[in-house]
Each structure stands twice: as C-alpha cells, then as structure tokens.
Write a protein that binds this ligand. Structure first.
Ligand code: CO
Length: 661
C-alpha cells in the first residue's frame, strides 16, 4: 500500500460493516463471461448463472460482465440459447449491479467489420435489452473503428469504456512502438472520444507488475477518467500485476470468483479482498458471502462443466508468453496446426518467422482476430516459402489487412508484401486509408429480407445478419421448424455426476461386465469412428437422453487417399492431403480430382453448383475453421461433378467437399 498507516487493525474482520475505505478498489466480476469463456470454451448456460445471480448482486461489484466476446456466437451455435434472452433473464436477478459487455467495436460480436447500419442497430438493441457498460476494443487499436458504435452508446445513455489492447514486441514494455507514449496517446484519444472509463486490456497476460505500475501511474497522470485493468492469469503474473496497479492508483480491477480463477482465466477476487482488507483501498466485500456463492458453483454448477476443463497439463501457468511475447493461446494454436500438417518439427522456424511476419504486417497487436491472421500466415510462410520467394500463399485475411479493411496498423505494412498481397485483390489493388466501414455497403435491410418469415423481431434479424449460417439454424430451432440436435441440449447435474462416477470406476478397472451390456434396441444409430488409419463402426443408442455406446467393431478398410489438393493452397491451412481422406469419395461413377477439407470446420457456402465449370484456383467453397473463413480454391480446372455437403454442415479434415472432373 502506498499508505501503510492506513491499515486499520481494528477492521480486521470479514464483516461487510467494517469502516469504509477512503478509496476502495472497484471490482468487475468476469465469472459469467470471460471466466467461463477462458476455462470452459464459453459453454456456461444461463440456467447455471441463475442460482448465484441474486447472491452475486449483493457483493457490491462495480459491474458484472455478462455478455459479448464469444458468448453471442457460442450460445446460439452450441447451446441453443437466444443470446438476447440471457441479458433479459439475468437482469431479473441482478437488480442493482450494472451489466458490462465486451464489444469488438465495428466487429460487434463477430469476426469481421460490419456495416454501420448493422453496428448501430446492434448497440441500440443491446442497450434496450439491458446492457449498461460497453467495453469496446479494436484489434488494431484503430479508434476510427469505434466511431459508429460510440455514437450509439452515447445516444442510448450507456457507459462507454474504451479499451487499449496491451501488446509488446520486447520482453518488457517499451521499444519503438508499444512504449509508454503509445499508451498515453491512446488514452488521451479515448478521453477525447468521450470515454467514461478506460480499460487496459491485457488479454494475453503479458503485462508485468512493474510495467503495470509505470503504465497506470502514467495514465492516471494523463487522463481524468477511471482506469480499469483487465489482465489474464496465463503467464502467472496477474495477481502481482494487480497489486502493483493498485499501488499506482488503478480504479477498477477485473477478476473472477475462485472456482473460475487462474489458468487462462483471471486472478481470483477473494485473495484480493483479503490482501486489501483494512487498507485505504479495501474493497469492502464480505468474503463469507463470496465463499457461500463458491459453494454453489462447486457443488451444483461446475460438475456439469468439469469435462471441458483442459487438464492435459499439470501446470496452470503457460510461460510461452514470457519466452516469446506472444499470447499463449496463439502459440498452442500454431502447435496444433503444425501437428495436423505433420510439420511439428518446424516449430522453431515458426517462432523465428513470427516476429518478422508481424513486423511486416504493421507490428499489429495480437488479439482476436489479428493473432489468427499473423499466426496462420506465419505457418504458411514456413511451410511453403523458399529462398527465392516469400509469401507464396497469402491468406484472404492478410489481403484484407493489407487493403486497410481492418484499419490502420501500428507501423506501415511492408510495401513489397502489401503489393504482392493486393495483386488481383477483388476490392482493388490500391489500399484504402479511410475508416474501413466507409467502404462497406449497408447490410441490415438485405438480411431482413433474407430471413423474412423466420425472424420474429429485430433481435432475430440482427442475430441472422451477424451469423447468417448458424443464426438461421438457431432460428429454425427456436421456432420449432427444426429439431435441435442432442449435442446442443443441456446436461443435467445427475448425468454429469453419473458420468464422472463411470470414469472413476473405469480408471479403477471396475468396468461393467459384459453380461450387463443391454440388448441392442431398434434405435441404434451407426457411426464411423476413425482412429489414425483404423476405422471402427460404432452403434449409438439413445436411452433417456444420454447416448451410450452400444457396440463397436472394426469397419471397412480405409479408402485410398484422395488426390492431393494442388497449389494454390487454401487460405488457412494448405495441407497437402497426405493422410487418407476421412470419408470416401462418393459414388463410383464420379471420378476426378477431389477437394478435401484441409481442416475440420463448417461449410459456409458453396460458390459453385454441380455442372458449373471452374478454373484451377477459383473459389469453390468457403469453409469456416478456427473462426476464420477460408475460401478453398479448385485444385484443378474442369466441371463440378459432385458436391457432398451443404451450408451449415460440419466436416472433418479430409472429407471430400466436391469432385471436379
Ligand atoms: Co479477457
């Protein structure tokens, strides 16, 4: 504490009635959004937030984060839940604590820049449904991408919290680009835009404690609005970072309830409450009340989600951040990608190439979606470039970035890379310098027209406009036009506990004896399961909601490898199809060159129909994978002989998407 004599020994009790601190640290609770997003892939259901909501409302949080980031996407896609309904439902239980959401500025809650009309409608509806604080960020820290949403935030009378994405290029804060002057400049720009508070968004846990001290001190001196620190635990530094930030005068700290703390999530609130107890920054929170909320989480809620926790490692800290100054999650994505392409031995080259690619692409911060953009291009360069030519396979997203569609980069993009990327680019070869959304056509009216008859209100229409494929699917479930699949339905606590018991027994060798295997019913569905190059036929029977494996036997031999997709390779993962395809090519009379899925994903759209002629390299199908849309080019010229999937279908790596003959 900056003022040790402020510590009042007499106040050393947990009682919430203890004397109020002079300048209490305010806390934003992230449990119900970033907490489960970081630990459980955003799979938390509204019904599992209700049991704790009223008690959480009593703690005295400055705000609770309940929405945004990946929730909008995950809820309608994987949980069969209406994201708008979550705000309205939780609002009935949280009567006094304001709601905060993470807004990706012009990207809203999606992965591309949307047109102004859609951005305006989204903010207006989010506020009308109960959102109070809009924490707004842009991956490039280009605040022109804030203009439209901020205008609406102000118009709706809600709180505009402007983010500065924290990133770096050196082991510690500083260097030519991301130094203290950079952050001060950004903070002043936000204040000028009318920010009601400013958030330092350390999404990768890169902010070191002493850098936090210097940074917060400088920001407090430069602007007058409250400063909020959002720092992930990933690298292990965040509890120390919080304390130094508090010493430097930070106003608001983001943290989570203990059961959702650490790993890639955030520091816990309760130790912070204890640390500050009786000081001039005492939060005033009742730690006993928090303990009773944690018990509900532990006993009634988390058993349903435990299976989603990544327990493949003993360590809860990922020190990659400290070694490479890049987000831990991004590096593990790269490792997975290389593994899928049988190129894990190239990881050291990737580590070496990454800072170079990032610099050439304008030294941009690494946060969704820029971390994927830089990461995937780096992998492409390592796999396909040679000493004579670099950037042989440039992804669509890098082309968009070079065009200026994401905004202005921290330093200019390398001229040669930019020129190469924009050669033949559909929007033009000359990059734009204006606010990106200026070149986007209005899109809400068109979306409304497309979803007419299915959407019941503006909220449905916006959902569809942002997520046309999965949004439409969700609306069909919502209005009973299609049966939602089993995997989007909730799991009961009973089922979860039963399953856990079975796993425990299996581990101890107490497996169910053969005699107890129930007779095969007539609802058994057959699935093929592929393990490396072996295939098994598995029968699955639905009994009272829990699918159980009825039988498993080796299936037909694996089909021969599909003809390798030739260059130009697809955008994100141009894997030569070396492994056998996971699904046989269709009917025997369809011969030709197959286009195999280079990675698992979801079909967004086929741009061609059966019978259409295509030229090699022309886009045939758009596949969404790792949150990026990948335009897959025809591996050969010819006529489309067969199309094996449709929009919205999930495909496995190696599935034959179409055949060209
Ligand atoms: Co976060």
């Amino acid at each position: 504490m900056s003022d040790h004599d402020q510590v009042k020994k007499a106040a050393m009790n947990y009682d919430a009635n203890r004397p109020k601190a002079e300048n209490p640290v305010k806390v934003m609770d992230l449990t119900l959004r970033d907490g489960h997003q970081s630990l459980f892939a955003t799979r938390g259901r509204t019904e599992d937030m209700i049991p704790v909501a009223e008690a959480m409302d009593e703690i005295g949080f400055w705000a609770v984060e309940t929405w945004g980031g990946a929730t909008f996407d995950t809820m309608h896609r994987f949980l069969n839940e209406d994201p708008w309904e979550r705000i309205r439902t939780l609002k009935r239980y949280f009567k006094k604590t304001p709601f905060s959401m993470l807004l990706r500025a012009q990207n809203l809650v999606g992965y591309r820049n949307y047109a102004d009309d859609l951005a305006e409608a989204f903010v207006e509806r989010a506020a009308a449904n109960g959102m109070d604080i809009f924490r707004t960020f842009d991956a490039l820290n280009d605040y022109r991408n804030f203009e439209t949403v901020v205008r609406m935030i102000k118009k709706t009378g809600t709180h505009f919290q402007g983010c500065i994405c924290y990133t770096m290029t050196e082991p510690r804060m500083g260097g030519e680009v991301y130094n203290i002057d950079y952050y001060i400049g950004k903070a002043k720009a936000l204040e000028e835009m009318g920010a009601d508070s400013i958030c330092v968004k350390d999404m990768a846990g890169l902010l070191a404690p002493y850098d936090a001290y210097d940074l917060i001190k400088a920001l407090k001196g430069a602007v007058s609005v409250p400063i909020n620190l959002h720092s992930h635990f990933t690298s292990g530094m965040s509890p120390m970072t919080h304390l130094k930030a508090i010493e430097a005068g930070v106003d608001i700290i983001d943290a989570v309830m203990t059961p959702y703390a650490y790993r890639t999530a955030h520091a816990a609130i309760e130790p912070l409450v204890m640390t500050l107890l009786g000081t001039n920054r005492d939060t005033g929170f009742d730690i006993k009340k928090m303990a009773s909320i944690n018990e509900v989480f532990e006993k009634e809620i988390l058993p349903k989600y435990k299976h989603l926790l990544d327990d493949s490692k003993v360590s809860i800290i990922d020190i990659n951040v400290l070694l490479h100054q890049t987000p831990g999650g991004m590096l593990s994505n790269l490792v997975n990608q290389l593994r899928e392409m049988d190129a894990l031995d190239k990881i050291d080259q990737v580590y070496k190439e990454l800072p170079r690619v990032r610099k050439e692409l304008g030294q941009i911060p690494l946060v969704t979606p820029t971390s994927q953009i830089v990461g995937i291009q780096t992998v492409n360069n390592v796999l396909f470039d040679d000493e004579n030519e670099r950037y042989k396979n440039i992804t669509n997203q890098v082309k968009d970035l070079c065009y200026g569609l994401y905004g202005k980069t921290a330093i200019p993009i390398d001229k040669e890379v930019q020129k190469k990327a924009l050669k033949g680019y559909s929007r033009g070869e000359e990059p734009i310098t204006c606010r990106p959304a200026e070149v986007l056509e209005p899109e809400l009216a068109k979306a409304k027209e497309e979803v007419k008859g299915l959407a019941a209100d503006i909220d449905d229409e916006i959902l569809y406009a942002i997520y046309p494929v999965t949004g439409k699917k969700f609306l069909q479930w919502k209005y009973g036009k299609e049966e939602p699949p089993k995997e989007v339905l909730a799991r009961s606590l009973e089922d979860a506990l039963k399953e856990e018991e079975m796993v425990r027994k299996a581990r101890k060798g107490e497996l169910i004896e053969k005699a107890k295997v129930p007779a095969k019913g007539d609802t058994v569905r057959t699935f093929n399961v592929y393990v490396d190059d072996e295939a098994f036929e598995v029968g699955v029977e639905d009994v009272s909601g829990t699918p159980m494996v009825a039988y498993a036997q080796p299936a037909m031999p694996m089909p021969a490898a599909a003809p390798a997709a030739q260059a130009p390779a697809p955008a994100a993962a141009p894997a030569p199809a070396a492994k056998p395809a996971a699904k046989p090519a269709p009917a025997a009379d369809v011969s030709g060159t197959s286009l195999a899925a280079p990675m698992p994903g979801m079909i967004v759209d086929y741009e061609k129909n059966v019978g259409d002629s295509v030229a090699e390299g022309e886009t045939v199908v758009v596949l969404e994978a790792m949150k990026m849309e990948n335009a897959l080019p025809a591996p050969a010229s010819g006529t489309i002989k067969a199309i094996n999937f449709k929009s919205g279908d999930s495909v496995a790596k190696g599935d034959v998407l179409c055949v060209i003959g």
